[in-house]
Design a protein around this ligand. Structure first.
Ligand code: CUA
Length: 314
């Protein structure tokens, strides 16, 4: 179809398999729709009202009933197994994926790379490298949608969501907000730029911005987190160094993974999950920190090694 593309470009590792599944589902739906309409027409003509005795009624057709139960069951089973395996593959982030943080707000996407490079409504990524996005919303629900990669996720306020993709073609692709989020929702668009790995490294180092863990370290001091979380005599709260990625034992005997979600919750709602052996003395920082500042704090806490930490430097 020259000049009239029906489909977005195929530019990620899962895009082809999503398309194949889509064609299968469309094919099955089309086949049965056509079959049903043809049969309606055929029966309407074949069994129309005529002179004489009406045709004899068939009360039981065992083979037919088995067939119209078993065949659709098998087809839906195929859809389920196929669809869920693709869903699982799409939900499981590869270990070596590179982390990028995204904050949606009315009406823009703010993106931050691990070295501190920030961009708005643009996302630069390297070719052939799995990328994991951690997304948060500053205000209302948005939806992060890259059609060429066949990935889309709702970005819900109050929690982190993740998505991942591996670009397989260099180029520029559309980035949309796919959830109505207010007056300028239609303007909440941007582009994804897939660069060759060496060009990406050049781009990444092109502008020096403060790495998020440094911004986070300042916040850690400015908001006096350091007063309680410092090591030594002043320590009243858990030490944070080296905790990231591990399991933390809670007061109620449960365990929770010390990850982005738990850190964010603990900053905004400190009493939700209290670490065993510590008093519930932390105040909430709800309304005082933006989503980006929380991400900076998380980057800082992630960067801490076990041992004394002061909140000023690593
Ligand atoms: Cu954000 Cu629509």
């Amino acid at each position: 179809m020259i000049g009239f593309p029906l489909f977005p470009e195929v530019a990620s590792s899962i895009a082809q398999s999503v398309d194949v599944l889509f064609f299968f589902l469309t094919g099955v739906s089309a086949f049965f729709s056509i079959l049903i309409f043809v049969l309606i027409l055929f029966f309407a003509v074949r069994y129309r009202r005529r002179e004489g005795r009406p045709p004899e009624q068939i009360r039981e057709a065992f083979a037919l009933e088995i067939a119209w139960t078993a065949i659709p069951f098998l087809i839906t089973l195929i859809m389920f197994v196929w669809g869920s395996s693709l869903y699982i593959a799409n939900a499981r982030v590869p270990d070596q994926a590179m982390d990028i943080y995204v904050v949606g707000r009315q009406w823009m996407w703010k993106i931050q790379h691990p070295n501190g490079r920030r961009e708005i409504n643009e996302l630069h990524v390297p070719l052939g490298q799995p990328v994991k996005l951690t997304l948060a919303s500053q205000d209302v629900i948005h939806s992060f949608f890259i059609p060429a990669f066949r990935v889309k996720t709702d970005v819900v306020p109050g929690r982190y969501v993740t998505m991942w993709f591996e670009p397989t073609r260099a180029g520029e692709y559309h980035l949309f907000c796919a959830e109505y989020c207010g007056t300028y929702h239609s303007g909440m668009i941007g582009r994804v730029v897939v660069l060759q790995p060496e060009d990406f490294q050049k781009w990444l180092g092109g502008v020096t911005q403060e790495p998020p863990e440094q911004t986070g370290a300042k916040l850690f001091s400015d908001f006096n987190c350091v007063n309680c979380h410092a090591t030594g005599a002043r320590q009243r709260c858990p030490q944070l160094g080296g905790l990231y990625g591990s399991d933390v034992l809670l007061e109620d005997g449960n365990k929770v993974k010390f990850d982005e979600t738990y850190i964010r919750e603990s900053i905004l709602d400190p009493n939700a999950k209290i670490v065993k052996g510590y008093p519930a003395v932390m105040p909430t920082f709800r309304g005082q920190l933006s989503e980006e500042q929380i991400l900076d704090l998380i980057a800082y806490i992630r960067s801490l090694t076990p041992g004394p930490n002061t909140g000023v430097s690593k």
